[in-house]
Ligand binder design. Structure first.
Ligand code: NDP
Length: 459
């Protein structure tokens, strides 16, 4: 009889082989290791996943496209950046995932994001494969004209590899409505067709209502469902939120709506602690500051007496935004922004829930500390899936030529987040001990994609 036990040696071998074959891709290794640990009990129980080498196949991108992007700055000087699209897995649908413009972008970061996207998209229950892309271009400090010329030249190359039934990119860090607009305009011109090839489009030209709000709203819906599961709610909860971009802004909006109190907000230069809480008026100030004037969050402290500003100190071994006391912590900025020390501060401060708005904001050590101390941890691939889910709803509207009301999209978003929540719990109960949302998300996402890969043969 064939053994159904994976011994420690073969587990270690898998990760060692991965590290050896993808040297230096630390973020990618981190993301794979987390999924690998969660799905180990599934693979132990079901020999078919080993027989079909699902793990070995799923970590290998179907395709990586890397290209030069050249553009002319406002001084007439040519500039060069590197563009990418990582087409990770299309077993359950066309590649889908955002584009990130940030100086830190490299192949490892995009592979980690694309890998996460496979499972996240599977969890949404929509037919979406996983992908991610972007560039090391930094939109910060660039004029609108420079951003437009960069986006147009980026799309000149990317357009050869995407399509509304092939690969449908969206936004991410550094790519908001402005950048999507410039890229969409160029795609339309090159291809001479008006198709739903990008999501996050403006509502007047094929976009969906609630798409900008969806990731932040979805995160808070998910957090609310977790709290309801322990007979609690967001009402009266104090919350720490990091970031001040798309995800953070709409998470704050929904927390306020549900009766919670948001104490912090941040950008890469520093963070604000507002003891009076961020209300709707203060949120409008943040939105005008970040989305229109593209200023720094430090300005908030000059505007409101109840606020204190703490400048980022990169020599610290922790992130001081997580040293404040609060019931909930929602990291909405970037990967690895909450480490073991930060997790311990949250535990000591009595935090009961950490919900990831960003992708992989908690380090593995932080997750261990949170879970070992009874803090409920909601992994980004489940809790921030509302964005890509609503992108899926935008695609559905584009395919059918329809336009749904805000209420309709929001209703569907809530159903999707509820379904993800319940599926995570169900998978966790079946394969691990207790309500472990991380195990549940990884297992539920893995099963759908793995079974689809097996059904479609070795491709
Ligand atoms: P934005 O570009 O709109 O905002 C990003 C925010 O995070 C800004 O406040 C930015 O500050 C801050 N930030 C970025 N990098 C760093 C860093 N290295 N250190 C500290 N702060 C940083 O991006 P989004 O809000 O769209 O994305 C935020 C996170 O959410 C990302 O992890 C993204 O992958 C994830 N996500 C986004 C989705 C979406 O629909 N947009 C969907 C699912 C996940 P500054 O202005 O100084 O750069």
């Amino acid at each position: 009889m064939e053994s159904t036990l994976i011994d420690d040696v073969s587990r270690i071998n898998f990760l060692d082989n991965l590290k050896e074959s993808t040297p230096g891709e630390t973020e990618f290794h981190q993301a794979v290791q987390e999924v690998h640990e969660s799905v180990a009990p599934v693979i132990e129980r079901h020999v078919e996943y080993r027989k079909h080498k699902i793990l070995e196949r799923i970590v290998e991108p179907e395709r990586i496209i890397s290209f030069r992007v050249t553009w002319i700055d406002d001084n007439g000087v040519p500039q060069v950046n590197r563009g990418y699209r990582v087409q990770m897995n299309s077993a359950i649908g066309p590649y889908k995932g955002g584009l990130r413009f940030h100086p830190s972008v490299n192949q490892s970061i995009l592979k980690f994001l694309g890998f996460e996207q496979i499972f996240k998209n599977a969890l949404t229950s929509l037919p979406l494969g996983g992908g991610k892309g972007g560039s090391n271009f930094d939109p910060k400090g660039k004029s609108d004209g420079e951003v437009m010329r960069f986006c147009q030249n980026f799309m000149l190359e990317l357009s050869k590899h995407i399509g509304h039934r092939i690969d449908i990119p969206a936004g991410d860090i550094g790519v908001g409505g402005r950048e999507i607009g410039y890229m969409y305009g160029m795609y339309r011109k090159i291809e001479n067709q008006f198709s739903g090839v990008l999501t996050g489009k403006g509502v007047k030209w094929g976009g969906s209502l609630i798409r900008p709000e969806a990731t932040g709203y979805g995160l808070v819906y998910f957090s609310q469902y977790i709290l309801e599961n322990i007979n609690d709610s967001m009402e009266g909860k104090t919350c720490l939120v990091s970031g001040s971009g798309n995800v953070a802004q709409y998470a704050i909006e929904k927390i306020i709506e549900l009766g919670g109190k948001v104490l912090t907000v941040s950008d890469s230069s520093g963070h604000i602690y507002d003891e009076a809480g961020i209300d709707a008026d203060k949120l409008r100030f943040i939105q005008e500051l970040k989305n229109e004037r593209r200023g720094r969050i430090a300005e908030y402290a000059g505007e409101y007496d109840s606020a204190h500003y703490f400048e980022t100190d990169r020599s610290l071994d922790h992130n001081p935004i997580w040293s404040h006391k609060a019931d909930c912590a929602l990291p909405c900025a970037t990967q690895n922004e909450l480490n073991g020390k930060d997790a311990q501060h949250l535990v000591d401060g009595g935090t009961i829930l950490v919900g990831e708005g960003a992708n992989m904001p908690c380090t593995p050590e932080a997750i261990n500390i949170l879970q070992n101390n009874g803090v409920i941890y909601a992994p980004g691939k489940a809790s921030n899936a509302g964005g890509v889910a609503t992108s899926g709803l935008e695609m559905a509207q584009n395919y059918s030529g329809s336009h749904w009301t805000s209420e309709e999209v929001d209703r569907r978003l809530q159903i999707i987040m509820r379904t993800i929540h319940d599926n995570c719990l169900h998978a966790a109960q079946k394969y691990s001990s207790g309500p472990d949302y991380m195990a549940g998300a990884n297992i539920a996402g893995f099963l759908k994609v793995a079974d689809s890969m097996i059904a479609q043969g070795v491709t």
